[in-house]
Design a protein. Structure first.
Length: 176
């Protein structure tokens, strides 16, 4: 009897999960991918942001084809050499994660990008960020917006460039 109840529970759970994927589809990015032909920012490496309050580092790669690939947060580290070794090891898993990909655009001295974010439930939502370019190796993000709650937030992040010879390929299954 316990086996039958367990099998039924697992089956019902599987059906519910499948239905949720049908009812909750991923949002589409509102920004279109456009090739970046400017020289406002260097692209032969990555940009990093270190959050000293929470002790983590984020990395973003910008590509000439207008895509952006963002890493996960590397906690308890601002050692870029150690992070680079971990990024190389995690390269394939990062590339296969839709929430790591997005598109960016530059208008004069302004930068903006969108990528997917995973809300508490349902399909992926869109996360928009924008800011200004200080020089070809530094930009600041000053605002972010999550589509799931339609709220804007002020942020204060300064992203710095580091040249990197092992930049991942921009090929992905999510941005055309």
């Amino acid at each position: 009897m316990k086996t039958i109840i367990l099998v039924l529970t697992v089956t019902v759970f599987g059906i519910l999960v499948s239905c949720c994927k049908i009812f909750y589809s991923d949002e589409k990015l509102s920004m279109k991918r456009v090739d970046y032909n400017g020289n406002q920012l260097r692209l032969d490496g990555y940009y990093y942001y270190y959050n000293s309050n929470e002790d983590y580092t984020m990395i973003s790669f910008l590509y000439r084809n207008g895509t952006v690939l963002s890493t996960r947060a590397y906690y308890l580290s601002n050692d870029l050499d150690a992070i680079e070794k971990r990024m190389i090891q995690e390269h394939e898993s990062l590339r296969k994660d839709k929430t790591r990909w997005g598109v960016f655009t530059i208008f004069g001295s302004r930068i903006g990008y969108e990528r997917w974010a995973a809300p508490d439930e349902g399909g992926l939502t869109v996360w928009r960020r924008s800011g200004h370019i200080e020089n070809d190796t530094t930009y600041s993000i000053t605002e972010e917006h999550f589509s799931y709650n339609n709220k804007k937030y002020d942020v204060n992040e300064t992203w710095h460039f580091k040249q990197f010879d092992h930049k991942p390929d921009s090929t992905n299954n999510y941005i055309k």
